[in-house]
Design a protein around this ligand. Structure first.
Ligand SMILES: [Ca+2]
Ligand SMILES: [Ca+2]
Length: 247
């Protein structure tokens, strides 16, 4: 409850900053303004996410109505950083997502950020796994779908749900994708499924938002089977499919 109250109190203060920051974007956006009450159910005060450049998404991740900056240099989800939004449209220092998630040395930490349920606050899928080093893959230590807002200190969500992405092998990379043709982002998963096999798995959005579970038919249709020597390509244009340039 306190989270909701905080957001409502913060909204009027941040509204002015958002208006300035997003004036150009809002003016040209086809989407209705996300400020104030909105039939789409977007959080009050949260501007729609937008792309500062091909590898930098700007949107509210922690629910304080100030846009944050998420950078995913290789579109792999492994080198992702977050810069929390401050006053007057400023951003803090780049913090590696793997540090915020508490990944240990030797663990692979991958994350994908998008507004998977299209409510105006960014969400995250996370996976942490320690590779087995052998033919049989380990399962994830942590695999969750985390609807925003996320906690600034550890990226936790009060609505987090277990994800099955970590149960079919060792997740190497995560990336946003557009597979089924709806308004909700999908997920591409580069997965070491063992015995030399490296596949691109997929998790498709469900009607109304959020990600579905493993689906072999979807994998055959949108995924790809590969090997450790020749892994499948991962999508690099997922954000671009769903978010417009900020200016
Ligand atoms: Ca924020
Ligand atoms: Ca969301």
């Amino acid at each position: 409850m306190s989270r909701t109250r905080t957001r409502w109190i913060a909204a009027p203060l941040a509204a002015a900053a958002l208006t300035l920051t997003y004036a150009g974007y809002q003016a040209g956006a086809a989407e209705p303004s996300a400020q104030g009450a909105d039939p789409s159910g977007r959080a009050a005060g949260a501007a729609a996410p937008c792309l500062a450049d091909a590898t930098t998404l700007v949107g509210d991740l922690d629910g304080d109505a100030r846009p944050d900056k998420i950078t995913d240099p290789e579109h792999t989800g492994t080198g992702m950083t977050v810069q929390w939004g401050g006053t007057n449209g400023s951003f803090g220092e780049k913090i590696p997502v793997r540090n915020l998630l508490g990944a240990e040395k030797g663990e692979i930490a991958a994350a994908a950020v998008a507004d998977f349920d299209n409510d105006g606050t960014l969400d995250m899928v996370v996976n942490i796994v320690e590779p087995s080093g052998g033919d049989d893959p380990s399962t994830a230590r942590l695999a969750e779908y985390r609807p925003g807002p996320l906690d600034r200190t550890n990226l936790r969500s009060s609505d987090a749900r277990h994800s099955d992405i970590g149960e079919h092998g060792e997740v190497q990379q995560l990336s946003v994708a557009r597979y089924n043709d709806d308004q909700y982002p999908d997920l591409a998963v580069l997965n070491n499924s063992g015995d030399g096999q490296m596949d691109r798995d997929v998790r498709l959005s469900r009607p109304g938002g959020g990600l579905g579970d493993y689906d072999y038919e979807a994998k055959k249709k949108y995924g790809e089977f590969g090997t450790w020597a020749e892994p499948p390509a991962m999508p690099g244009d997922g954000w671009k499919q769903f978010y417009k340039p900020c200016s």
